[in-house]
Design a protein around this ligand. Structure first.
Ligand SMILES: C[S@@+](CC[C@H](N)C(=O)[O-])C[C@H]1O[C@@H](n2cnc3c(N)ncnc32)[C@H](O)[C@@H]1O
Length: 216
């Protein structure tokens, strides 16, 4: 369990430890939700700004698109999207406690409490113009096995923009399949990569990787 006296680093390490089960992860977010934003700010977390910028740039002047923020947490991506003029945003997360904080931001239209995985989401095919997500891939969190579901709910021609802490791709067992899975989905003709970049300052001293894919 996370302890209130834990540093942000301790909390992040515990909640992404090898072998952590989804229920334990969600239990930890119960107590973390209230102070998550403050902790992330002190950790220098800015990955969510990058993923929003990349998606926004891909849209030119378009701001009326329907966006789903996946593993939205407390709504950092939604807030940033809202600042840039996006107003048709929904939030999806497996943690009610995190979604409750996201609601207070007044930037989302709909809140969807669902677990991202191989399960079929209760969302119609081709519902969204874009899916965005940051900080979702980690041990016990979202796994690459959900990518087909994300593709299913995005309209052809729509975008999926995701950011991950770079070291997780090498060190987190649950993330090691991300790059091969992304490549395989392109070979299967389901999406194509438009852009990707490794960037500094995902959080203090750590690189991130941002991926932008167009759904075919
Ligand atoms: C580190 S937080 C990131 C939140 C937000 N995107 C951000 O950038 O601050 C991870 C979030 O993913 C959610 N989450 C983890 N695994 C999930 C899954 N399989 N399906 C849906 N949400 C999940 C957690 O509940 C938590 O809110």
């Amino acid at each position: 369990m996370a302890d209130e006296s834990d540093s942000v680093h301790d909390k992040v390490s515990k909640i992404t430890r090898a072998g952590i089960k989804a229920d334990d992860m969600l239990d930890m977010y119960k107590t973390w939700a209230e102070v998550y934003d403050k902790d992330m700010e002190s950790d220098g977390y800015t990955g969510y700004r990058k993923v929003v910028r990349v998606l926004a740039e891909s849209q030119g002047e378009r701001r009326d698109i329907r966006v789903l923020d996946v593993a939205a947490g407390t709504g950092l991506c939604g807030q940033e999207l809202s600042k840039l003029g996006f107003s048709n945003i929904d939030a999806l997360d497996a943690s009610q406690d995190m979604l409750d904080v996201a609601k207070t931001k007044n930037v989302y239209k709909n809140f969807i409490k669902e677990f991202l995985g191989t399960n079929q989401l209760d969302i119609d095919a081709d519902s969204y113009d874009a899916v965005i997500g940051s900080g979702l891939f980690a041990n016990g969190h979202v796994k690459p096995d959900c990518l087909e579901q994300l593709i299913r709910i995005v309209k052809p021609g729509g975008m999926i923009c995701l950011a991950v802490r770079e070291e997780r791709l090498r060190t987190n067992e649950d993330c090691k399949d991300l790059k091969p899975r992304m490549t395989a989905l392109q070979s299967e003709g389901l999406w194509e990569r438009v852009f990707h970049e490794t960037f500094p300052g995902y959080s203090t001293g750590l690189d991130g990787v941002v991926y932008l894919y167009k759904v075919l």
